[in-house]
Design a protein around this ligand. Structure first.
Ligand code: UTP
Ligand code: MG
Length: 605
């Protein structure tokens, strides 16, 4: 925990992030170091050809004995020329191999980190998902990760190579003529200052840019997945506008960052050119007074780009580095996000619970807002409990505590007499079958969806559970039966059909605790009757908690709990609660009145 806190404080600290990167390079470190060393070697070789050039000029072109040398030392000339070609070949071959090592190391790392992050995100608790937007997580998993990879393979390579050539050229220059070299280096301090100011200005812009991209992605993602709602409300125009807004926003931020570079570009470009001017003036003067040879001058001239190019590229490099850190800190953030409710995935042998559930003075909060107040009740193994209450009264929140999707604020939830916080999470959840209120089916076959909790489920059993959930008959009428693929979020199925598949999925795992959150709200009364019968006759022992609004569903439960505004206001059997003439009685009367009216209306026909 202490370590966690320390790590959190360090987020945003660049050294810490780089250290993180280094740690994650494990397994590819040697390859990466080899790549860096090869970069250094490869770029040092760059000075060999100018050196050969210098020899050729001094011996065969600008020498007083040039003509004599040409005839007498033809062998040397050929050797030097072949050397030039040979070194070029060697250098390019080396560059090929080096780039490959960078790519391999960074791709491997990207792969490992992606797997880790994906597992990390999967392992997060509900609270994390309440607070993190899907679009944002997607940006981190794709764009940010790739930015980091790009930096490791391309930017670091560019920096190392530029620096090496720069240093090699400067050393070589010093061996030729120290004074001329110092004249050239006069330009370095101002360039450094300008680049530094630029980096400081552009950094926050890239952090901002990164944030806007994530907003753009979030808007896009929400619009695509919520497209039906948008259409239903004929709000396409509005949504397009909203998207355009974010798009413009992002584009403007991009332009702004690019324009900053333009502010500095003239200075840096002038500085880069100034190297040539100084070389011409000082170098020319030194050649004339015989301080350096013409060949040496040509070596300077052939290598001056090694000094001026890094200056030209410094803007691009700084931009990339800033983007790299903006992305890296986002990834490190996921990496160290620790769920409050962590699943250790300990491979212990699963116990099958009895299914006894107890709430002991439980209160619960979402972000500090208390939605369940001091709730106590007990459910014995095998009992069927119905929970009823107006919308927003806390029913879903209450059952979420049993699976430990969230933790209580005070009190405790006990399963088989043990506080759920002390139970192994995999085991706890592995003992509960849930059909959530918000049904989500995967883009898979119906068969695959029903067998989601137990991929080994034999086909006959899939059918059996579909029958129990009153889903078999509509499934067999579908074009491919159980092999029909239901799209993202179960497109192509009615609400009641989706609910029944979700019910079959919850039943198929045969857990000792079954939680059904409003699972039959969208099915007709006749189908519901069938489902209730199935639930009564389940072939495995099971404690059932059924959230429902219909008295027809709750009537047969062993006990009914009534929630109101996060409080447990009534508890008892159907008959007891009717006798009490409270909330339940009112609901009963209201619903029966309705049925009474329907019946009399039919009667009149
Ligand atoms: P519930 O979601 O537990 O209510 O929210 P419910 O009884 O199941 O409602 P229905 O019948 O499905 O509609 C209880 C309270 O908790 C708040 C809600 O605003 C509500 O007041 N809540 C719920 C949150 O603050 N955050 C959430 O993520 C969910
Ligand atoms: Mg609910």
């Amino acid at each position: 925990m202490q370590l966690e806190r320390e790590n959190k404080q360090k987020l945003g600290d660049e050294m810490f992030e780089l250290k993180w990167l280094w740690q994650n390079l494990e397994g590819n470190r040697t390859r990466y170091i080899v790549a860096m060393v090869l970069s250094v070697v490869g770029s040092s070789l760059m000075i060999i050809n100018p050196y050969i050039g210098q020899r050729i000029v001094d011996t065969f072109i600008a020498s007083d004995d040039a003509v004599q040398n040409l005839t007498q030392e033809r062998g040397l000339l050929i050797m030097l020329c072949l050397g030039m070609i040979g070194f070029s070949l060697l250098r390019t071959g080396l560059a090929y191999f080096t780039t490959m090592q960078y790519e391999r190391a960074s791709q491997n790392m990207l792969y490992d980190v992606r797997v880790y992050l994906y597992n990390k995100i999967q392992g997060q608790d509900m609270e994390y998902y309440d607070h993190n937007r899907t679009g944002d997580l997607m940006t981190k998993m794709t764009g940010d990760l790739d930015m980091v990879r790009h930096s490791m393979s391309w930017i670091i390579k560019t920096i190392i190579e530029s620096l090496t050539i720069f240093v090699a050229a400067v050393i070589y220059f010093f061996t030729i003529d120290a004074v001329l070299t110092l004249w050239l280096l006069v330009l370095s301090p101002p360039i450094f200052i300008v680049a530094n100011i630029f980096a400081k200005r552009v950094r926050p812009m890239y952090i901002d840019l990164r944030e806007r991209l994530s907003q753009l992605n979030t808007t896009t993602q929400e619009n695509i997945s919520g497209n039906r709602v948008v259409k239903a409300f004929a709000r396409e125009e509005f949504e397009i506008e909203k998207f355009t807004d974010k798009n413009v926003n992002y584009s403007q931020a991009n332009k702004k960052a690019a324009l900053v570079w333009l502010d500095y570009f003239p200075y840096l470009e002038t500085a880069a050119q100034a190297f040539n001017v100084i070389l011409m003036l000082a170098g020319g003067y030194f050649v004339m007074n015989g301080r350096i040879t013409f060949g040496e001058f040509s070596a300077f001239s052939a290598l001056i780009w090694a000094v001026s190019n890094p200056v030209r590229n410094i803007g691009i490099i700084i931009n990339d580095i800033q983007r790299f850190f903006a992305s890296l800190s986002k990834i490190v953030e996921i990496y160290y996000a620790k769920p409050n409710i962590a699943n250790e995935h300990n491979a212990t042998k699963m116990r099958r619970y009895e299914g006894r559930i107890e709430f002991d003075n439980v209160s619960f909060k979402y972000d500090g807002k208390e939605v369940l107040h001091d709730i106590s009740f007990t459910i014995e193994p095998g009992e069927t409990i119905a929970i009823m209450g107006s919308t927003g009264s806390g029913k879903t929140s209450l059952v979420n505590l049993i699976s430990r999707f969230y933790d209580v604020a005070s009190g405790q939830v006990l399963v088989d007499g043990v506080d759920v916080r002390k139970l192994e999470l995999d085991e706890l959840r592995g003992n509960i079958g849930v059909a959530t209120q918000d049904v989500l089916l995967f883009s898979d076959t119906i068969d695959g969806n029903i067998a989601f909790g137990d991929p080994e489920l034999p086909e006959e059993q899939t059918i059996e559970y579909a029958q129990l959930a009153a889903a078999h008959s509509f499934i067999t009428k579908m074009p491919e039966g159980y092999d029909t693929i239901v799209g993202e979020r179960g497109v192509g199925l009615s609400g009641g059909q989706k609910q029944r598949i979700a019910l079959a999925r919850a039943l198929a795992v045969q857990r000792p605790i079954l939680i059904l959150d409003d699972t039959t709200s969208a099915v007709d009364l006749e189908t519901e009757e069938h489902i209730q019968k199935s639930l009564r006759e389940l072939h495995f022992d099971c404690t059932k908690i059924i959230i429902a609004q219909r008295v027809s569903t709750t009537a047969e439960a062993d006990r009914i709990l009534i929630l109101d505004n996060g409080r447990l206001i009534e508890e008892g059997t159907h008959a007891e609660l009717l006798a009490k003439r409270g909330y339940y009685y009112d609901v009963f009367m209201l619903q029966n009145e309705g049925i009474g009216r329907q019946v009399s209306a039919h009667g009149q026909k």
